[in-house]
Design a protein. Structure first.
Length: 132
């Protein structure tokens, strides 16, 4: 879900373009000179992994990222670990996490994330094979 939110942010910033593929599933393409300055460290790392997995056509086809991830599990696990640490730090900074427990603010934020996940699932993003 975090990766999908990052992808949506990249789409919003014009770093990634979306089109419909043959099966009406969204395809992601990577413009040649995308401005990545609005992306954070974890977003930029995800962008680079997705770009690498897209191949020479710079279009991320269905299941390409999953196949890439199976060939590079250590890279994905390292990224995931960094995102989790960064996320915990951000939650503490915002008052949503105290120690290892969510605060009432954190519980409300979690409800919003569950809603986002449902939306992404309903629109077909979760079935695109982008996230393994």
């Amino acid at each position: 879900t975090i990766a999908l939110a990052m992808i949506l942010h990249m789409v919003q910033n014009g770093c990634i373009l979306t089109t419909k593929g043959n099966g009406r599933k969204p395809l992601l393409s990577f413009p040649e000179n995308a401005d990545l300055s609005g992306l954070g460290k974890s977003e930029r790392e995800l962008y680079e992994m997705m770009l690498e997995s897209s191949g020479s056509d710079r279009i991320l086809q269905s299941r390409e990222f999953s196949k890439w991830a199976r060939r590079h599990p250590e890279k994905l696990m390292e990224w995931n670990s960094g995102v989790r640490s960064e996320g915990r730090e951000n939650l503490r900074d915002k008052g949503s996490l105290s120690g290892t427990a969510y605060t009432s603010k954190g519980i409300e934020e979690n409800r919003k994330i569950v809603g986002l996940k449902k939306y992404l699932s309903d629109t077909g993003f979760m079935e695109n094979g982008l996230i393994c």
